[in-house]
Write a protein that binds this ligand. Structure first.
Ligand SMILES: [Zn+2]
Length: 418
């Protein structure tokens, strides 16, 4: 059984050669490999002794690394408090309740151990513990006024990339779609990515979150570059792709495509789990800069309408969105196809091969092939398209402009399985 990080080919990115600037905004410490979660206490002790551990009941019961993190905190002499009330999809009420239970006792660092919802809850608690006001004051991009309490993130699923990203997503009942808070101040101070923590991840969570990671990488790689965006720093959080984000996106696709197939067959194979978590982390870095696009914009209203998991929705949508934008991103799709060893053929055929490959992997992982399968109806299509078109921070990242009619066309095709 191999636990090596997958060997990767350097990306062949002709189209990015014209971009004159590149940048990375990542946690100052990123540790990857079996066993790194067991050092969480030592990493957290750099930031203080008063530690809040943020997690949920499932992780505390079923993920062995949870106890290892608490033991390590004990050994470093930390004064540890635990909050296990993080909830799936981060309802705003759950964050406010967690915050209220903290009272006036100071917290110096938060250790988050769990999936994306746990890490996002920790980021939002760090925000509330550092700045006055309500979470609604910070909705959108770059509204957080300054640094937040340090978060040490230990992911137990491979998908959201929240451990390296500047984003926290929450559900607010006052809005019809999920809300994101994106700010460079929400990037965790350390990401400890330990594939052993994902060994107990159930098959459906592995499939949905793994496909989510693959879509993060694809949408980041297909995003148009915006060479001037860097001059407005900090400004918008998502600044288009750049050669550094491309390196991470390409590495993610190369790790995830074979890794997801293998992890499906052998869920306890640490080598396969390593590839998928590595891909998910790389995809997180890539979309933290480039942003995500059409599949994510459509999934926000579809997720609200159907109550289906985020990864399931983006996985169903991805082949339809990719097919729709394919002629505007032929070179990029062909590059990815070549990295995955597609048979020699024309650029256009290689782009089609790549779209088919995403559909094939989704099917293999048990992802339904139509939106009808998750309860979307034909008369929902227009409203979904209208709601998605308002999420300009995502639609602007599409290589093909997406207005309401474009988005409705994609939804209708995905409904029928066209
Ligand atoms: Zn996603």
């Amino acid at each position: 059984m191999s636990t090596d990080i997958p060997s990767l080919q350097p990306p062949q990115t002709r189209h990015t050669a014209v971009v004159g600037s590149a940048f990375l905004r990542v946690p100052p410490t990123v540790a990857f490999g079996p066993g790194v979660a067991r050092r969480a206490g030592e990493v957290a002790s750099q930031f203080g002794r008063k530690v809040l551990v943020c997690s949920d009941r499932t992780v505390s019961e079923f993920v062995p690394a949870y106890d290892a993190v608490l033991d390590n905190l004990d050994r470093t002499g930390a004064e540890t408090r635990v909050c296990l009330d993080a909830m799936p999809d981060v309802p705003i009420g759950s964050v406010i309740e967690c915050f209220a239970t903290l009272g006036h006792d100071p917290v110096e660092v938060i250790v988050a151990i769990g999936g994306g919802s746990v890490i996002d809850t920790a980021k939002l608690l760090a925000l509330l513990l550092s700045h006055s006001g309500t979470l609604a004051d910070y909705y959108g991009e770059n509204e957080v006024p300054g640094p937040c309490l340090p978060v040490v993130a230990v992911p137990t699923t491979a998908g959201t990339g929240s451990e390296v990203s500047p984003v926290a997503v929450l559900t607010d009942p006052h809005d019809r779609v999920k809300i994101g808070i994106a700010s460079s101040h929400l990037v965790p101070r350390a990401a400890l990515c330990d594939p052993e923590t994902t060994l107990s991840c159930p098959p459906t969570v592995t499939a949905y979150s793994g496909m989510d990671a693959l879509v993060h990488a694809l949408e980041a790689y297909l995003c148009p570059p915006r060479p001037d965006a860097w001059e407005a720093y900090p400004g918008e959080v998502f600044k288009g792709k750049n050669p550094l984000s491309d390196m991470f996106a390409a590495s993610a696709v190369q790790a995830l495509c074979p890794g997801l197939e293998q992890v499906l067959r052998e869920p306890t194979n640490l080598g396969a789990r390593t590839a998928v978590l590595f891909g998910s982390m790389c995809a997180g870095v890539a979309f933290s800069h480039a942003g995500t696009a059409g599949a994510h914009a459509l999934q926000y209203p579809i997720g609200t309408l159907t109550g289906t998991p985020h990864g399931l929705g983006v996985a169903i949508l991805a082949p339809y969105v990719l097919d729709y934008v394919k002629d505007h991103a032929t070179v990029q799709l062909a590059e990815l196809a070549s990295m995955l060893g597609a048979p020699a053929c024309s650029e256009s055929d290689a782009a089609t091969w790549m779209v088919d490959e995403v559909a094939r992997i989704g099917k293999l992982l048990g992802i339904p092939t139509t939106l009808a399968a998750i309860g979307v109806r034909a008369d929902d299509a227009r409203r979904i398209a209208q709601d998605a078109s308002k999420i300009v921070r995502l639609t602007k990242n599409s290589p093909r402009p997406l207005d309401v009619d474009d988005l409705e066309t994609i939804v209708i095709r995905a409904l029928r399985g066209a």
